[in-house]
Ligand binder design. Structure first.
Ligand SMILES: [Zn+2]
Length: 390
């Protein structure tokens, strides 16, 4: 293998760029590593395949790495057990803009520790998948869009990876203290209902699932959204469930919905996120782009989607079946707390405090217990779906 000619200037330049983008990289500070090889910025020739993005996802079966390309490519995958590396060589290929800036990715909770990308010369790209343990692997090129898919499977007798096992769940009752959240005409406040449902959920998770629960607040106190995400991240929680009560200027709106992070599904989803983010004074639209570009959130995003669907189904089956209302479904919106937590995270909006009938239900402890039980069922189904007795 030909060694790259040293190019100190691009390396120095890269370090400066890295310092500037360091903030986003350092979100993953624990495993964040400096790039181990200098990237040589190749001329982006249109005849070459551009390697735009590398995504990865986990399942109980293993880890899938998807390399997004602008067109098909000739490639070779070789395994080097001595360095525990699966090396992917792409011919007539150049790194896209995004990968040039981030030549190394640290990973958690799957078979791969790190992915490194290197441009060699002006037409060969190497992608190193540094694995912890590996049974077998498969690869294939897929089209529309063009991409190279590599599946990695654990050794047969390998115990399940840590991320598949759920140990700690953070429950986040919305608002509190000086921030009442939404308020009904009758004076019922979101912060009190959210706390009550959360407390009930905590008890259920502890007793029925035997998991550790951390509450971001367990009394009527004000906690910033930032602090809530810190509590979850510092405790390395495996799941984050935020509990809120919905509200609308129209007294007619009713129903239950479950959110995960993403570009707002519709106008109302955006307004819900704006209301829930109000305390940060952040422009909700402003950070949408950041969210959607973060490669390493791929895993948590997929897991959040699954958690959201299981929770939504559980709410329909266990709550809406007894207390009929609209199942507003799973939606996406740029919530601050969901963007800054590093684990699968959802936000449930349980009923509209602004709707007379639903306000009455929210006052009823039986309804709140039922809501907590439905949320528990969602978490439980998600955990079971991981398939490892997590
Ligand atoms: Zn709220």
């Amino acid at each position: 293998m030909r060694q790259p000619t040293p190019h100190y200037y691009p390396l120095v330049l890269f370090c400066f760029i890295a310092l500037f983008i360091g903030k986003s990289v350092l979100v993953y500070a624990e495993e964040a590593v400096s790039p181990s090889a200098p990237i040589i910025l190749a001329k982006n020739q249109p005849t070459h395949t551009v390697v735009n993005k590398i995504r990865h996802s986990n399942s109980a079966k293993g880890t899938r790495v998807v390399i997004d390309l602008t067109r098909s490519v000739s490639y070779a995958v070789t395994r080097d057990p001595s360095s525990q590396t699966l090396l992917v060589k792409l011919e007539e290929a150049v790194l896209g803009k995004y990968l040039k800036l981030r030549p190394s990715y640290a990973m958690t909770g799957n078979l791969i520790d790190k992915i490194e990308v290197t441009q060699r010369g002006d037409k060969t790209v190497y992608i190193s998948l540094l694995y912890k343990q590996l049974g077998s692997h498969k690869h294939l090129i897929l089209e529309h869009p063009d991409r190279l898919v590599i599946d990695l499977f654990p050794p047969e007798a390998m115990p399940p990876p840590v991320a598949f096992s759920i140990q700690t769940i953070v429950i986040d009752p919305g608002h509190g203290g000086k921030d009442p959240g939404a308020r009904s005409r009758g004076g019922l406040e979101e912060k009190d209902i959210a706390l009550d449902i959360s407390r009930r959920l905590k008890k259920l998770v502890e007793s029925r699932l035997n998991k550790k629960v951390i509450m971001t607040r367990d009394e009527d106190v004000f906690i910033t959204l930032k602090r809530r995400t810190e509590i979850a991240n510092e405790n390395k929680a495996d799941l984050f469930v935020s509990v809120h009560i919905n509200s609308s200027v129209s007294g007619k709106l009713r129903g239950i919905e479950v959110y995960l992070l993403g570009k707002a599904s519709d106008k109302r989803a955006l307004s819900v996120a704006a209301r829930e983010n109000a305390e940060t004074h952040k422009d909700v639209v402003g950070f949408e782009e950041i969210i959607l570009n973060d490669l390493e959130k791929d895993f948590t995003r997929k897991a959040s989607l699954e958690l959201a669907h299981f929770t939504n189904d559980a709410l329909k089956r266990n709550l809406i079946s007894k207390y009929p209302t609209k199942a507003l479904g799973v939606k996406r919106a740029p919530f601050y707390v969901l963007n800054h937590t590093e684990m699968p995270a959802i936000l449930a909006e349980i009923s509209f405090i602004s709707n007379r009938k639903e306000e009455k239900r929210l006052k009823n402890p039986q309804y709140r217990q039922r809501a907590a039980e439905a949320l528990l069922k969602g978490i439980e189904s998600y955990i079971h779906s991981l398939g490892v007795g997590a």
